[in-house]
Design a protein around this ligand. Structure first.
Ligand SMILES: Cc1ncc(COP(=O)(O)O)c(C=O)c1O
Length: 479
């Protein structure tokens, strides 16, 4: 997809020079070799499917979804080179050739010398926070992703978000709404003591905060503070390439620099990273920890062997390691990144033109609807984001995910809901999967739902799990 005007992501950065071509139509930088059918459903069928799934899109069968924007995680289309890599995968238990390809790709891109494979991002988090977390500790971040927070809390530590002020207001456009609040960070370290803060982790781009990027300047500033207090700085690097393309578009100093070089600088400030390879390496499964500290690596590997597998496969098949190694290089293609970032921008523009409240500017991997403004008649205690996600499915078979009080809400001592900071609905765009007409259809359905929004009802939870409740919660509409 991606019809329309040239990429406008540069509007924050004057005199920006793209190394990629500026065309009035930005075409998909690939041809389609293999296709997968979509099954069509009627509105009546979808109403019944929704009821049977207890109004939770996670609980429905994927074949009942027409356009699946639940996640960009593990849903990418792999390239022919990656599929060829799958055939070349070395499945040796120890010392697989594919591991060394995987290790080299990560070392080349990040400059981090030690690479520990895991079966996905949360496994990397579990291992890292088992070593660094624990009771009385605080892990600070711009915004922790839900699995990251859950793994921190599971270790007994507390996760603390310190998003910059502009990142908390969906309607205000700003270039780097994923930045961490540097002043708040230093004040927090002073208050709690550096000895109680084993790690600062910056999520690039900031998934839970609208897929918004973090500037290089902000990463530099964070690194200075972390060094001053002796706190290791890590990146949650799931969408590192998308973040680096935003830096190129929006931070003057990087306008003429190759994205690969920008990535090298970004990782140079980090002591390590975790990554879910299901995002910016186009793989269907995979993850890793990369780091500099030998002692920490040794401890992580010990746990890896118990929970994931031998250090040269870490829960992955050789074929997965090979596909990830290839994908990590493909993602740095600036023609791809231009098309990718323009895709979300295109959908966001269509929605803004129709008056639909969306997070501005567009994020890297997803479009975020502001459910609070979309459905002002539904209070946070009745989960407006979930109500909107259900309405999108009922109207057009589009699956999205609530990122609001169902995902992040907590209860106070009296059992009253402490709502999330924002009530968002995320439409995550799988990489290299949907064409422009799919996205035009998505825009049409959202606009239709917006025009009839007053008829949408609030929701109540009838079942919830103690952690990560949004995955399995069961809900009902409030009549
Ligand atoms: C920012 C971020 N961190 C961590 C994860 C966890 O990765 P995985 O789903 O591979 O466990 C995700 C997944 O969506 C993510 O977006």
């Amino acid at each position: 997809m991606v019809k329309g005007v040239p990429i406008t992501a540069s509007y924050f950065c004057q005199n920006n020079h793209l190394t990629v071509s500026l065309m009035s139509v930005i075409i998909e930088p690939f041809r389609i070799k293999s296709v997968e059918p979509i099954f069509f459903t009627t509105k009546e069928e979808r109403a019944a499917i929704l009821r049977n799934a207890s109004y939770n899109p996670f609980l429905m069968r994927a074949e009942h979804v027409m356009i699946d924007l639940l996640t960009d995680s593990g849903t990418s289309a792999m390239s022919s080179a990656q599929w060829a890599g799958v055939m070349l995968g070395d499945e040796s238990y120890a010392g697989s050739k594919s591991f060394f390809h995987f290790e080299k790709a990560i070392q080349d891109i990040t400059g981090l010398p030690i690479v520990i494979p895991t079966h996905q991002g949360r496994a990397a988090e579990k291992i890292l926070f088992s070593q660094l977390g624990g009771k009385g500790k605080f892990i600070v971040s711009n915004t922790l992703f839900d699995t990251t927070r859950a793994n921190i809390e599971f270790s007994g530590a507390t996760g603390v978000d310190m998003l910059c002020a502009e990142g908390k207001i969906p309607s205000i456009p700003a270039p780097f709404k994923g930045n961490i609040d540097i002043v708040a960070l230093e004040a927090f370290i002073e208050e709690k003591g550096a000895e109680n803060i084993p790690l600062c982790i910056i999520t690039v781009t900031n998934n839970s905060g609208g897929g918004q990027p973090v500037s290089m300047q902000n990463i530099r500033d964070t690194s200075v503070i972390c060094k001053k207090y002796g706190i290791p700085l890590f990146l949650d690097a799931c969408r590192f390439a998308e973040n680096c393309f935003f830096i190129k578009m929006r931070e003057q100093e990087f306008a003429n620099m190759a994205v690969a070089k920008i990535a090298a600088e970004m990782f140079s400030y980090a002591d390590g990273c975790t990554m879910s390879a299901k995002k910016d390496s186009f793989a269907n499964i995979g993850g890793f920890i990369a780091l500099r500290d030998e002692k920490l690596a040794l401890e992580c590997r010990n746990l890896l062997i118990i929970t994931e597998g031998f250090p040269t496969y870490g829960g992955l098949a050789g074929r997965d390691l090979e596909a990830i190694a290839i994908g990590l290089h493909e993602v740095l293609d600036e023609n791809y990144l231009q098309y990718r970032i323009r895709s979300t921008e295109y959908l966001t523009e269509k929605l803004i033109a129709a008056g639909v409240p969306v997070m501005q500017p567009a994020g890297g991997h997803a479009v975020y609807l502001d459910a609070k403004a979309f459905l002002p008649h539904i209070p946070p205690s009745q989960y407006p984001g979930q109500a909107l996600a259900c309405a999108l499915y009922r109207e057009g078979g589009i699956r999205s995910v609530e990122i609001g009080s169902l995902m992040f809400g907590k209860y106070d001592n009296e059992g009253a809901l402490i709502p999330a900071m924002m009530e968002l609905v995320r439409l995550a765009i799988p990489r290299r999967v949907y064409t422009q007409s799919h996205i035009d259809y998505v825009a049409e359905i959202i606009i239709q739902v917006f025009q009839h929004r007053s008829a949408i009802k609030g929701m109540k939870i009838v079942y919830e799990a103690p952690m990560l409740r949004h995955f399995t919660a069961m809900l009902e509409e409030i009549e």
